[in-house]
Design a protein around this ligand. Sequence first.
Ligand code: SAM
Length: 252
Amino acid sequence: MGDAMSAEFGTVAEWTAEVAVDMGEDFYVPAGCRGSGSPAALDWLMNGLALSAGDTLLDCGAGVGGPSAYAAEHRSAAPMLVEPEAGACRAARTLFGYPVVQGSATALPFADQSVDAAWSLGVMCTMSDHLTLLTELRRVVRSPGRIGLLVFLAREPISDDEQPEGNHFPTTGSLVGHVDAAGLRVEDWISTADLPAIPDPWQNSLDEVSSALEQRYGGHRLWQVAEEQSGRMGRLLDEGKISGALVSLRHG
Ligand SMILES: C[S@@+](CC[C@H](N)C(=O)[O-])C[C@H]1O[C@@H](n2cnc3c(N)ncnc32)[C@H](O)[C@@H]1O
């Protein structure tokens, strides 16, 4: 992973956990979801996965682990996290204590058909090998193949200096093609623009965590690098050049 991505997904992930610990347990889940998931998005995905008590849930590219903790809290799922960045692995262990393996979506450290369900949130566009991500998810999830994705899709060509360093956005066409090639099928799909807004208390917690991070680390070069990355993402979303989608998949 390049320096900018490591700053965003490793260093800042670890700082986020430190700040959340200081702020108290009420902040853990929203802080751990800074990477992507809103409650409405996670609820939609959990319904799509038909997630129920005791189901093992592989969180592929788990970041700080907030979405996993949300699934455990709301559905009593049993999360297992895979994440390449050591700092994010430490952050997830500190905040939530679920099993975390340092590894990549391109070679998931799990046996064939060993988990009930899997999701991968905001991960596809941070890697280039989209087909292998889907093939690996298909391999490790047992029938009927309950898989959920949060993906950011390019709606028009995006130049290198516009996009976060190291990102590779799929298009709707490339995603659908790769889903099919991986032996999966789309069961349901929604644009994140059609989801309910983030509730105020959750947004307030996110804002408080972000300002605590800014206050503590704002002068640090790696914070600035990470902010430039997320700023580029925000601009692409604001300009409509990318859009978010939630996708519920099954074995084909
Ligand atoms: C935008 S963050 C999302 C984190 C988390 N899924 C969430 O929703 O809060 C993208 C994550 O993908 C991870 N990632 C990047 N390349 C990966 C790969 N090859 N395999 C698995 N995860 C990867 C990053 O380290 C980062 O934690």
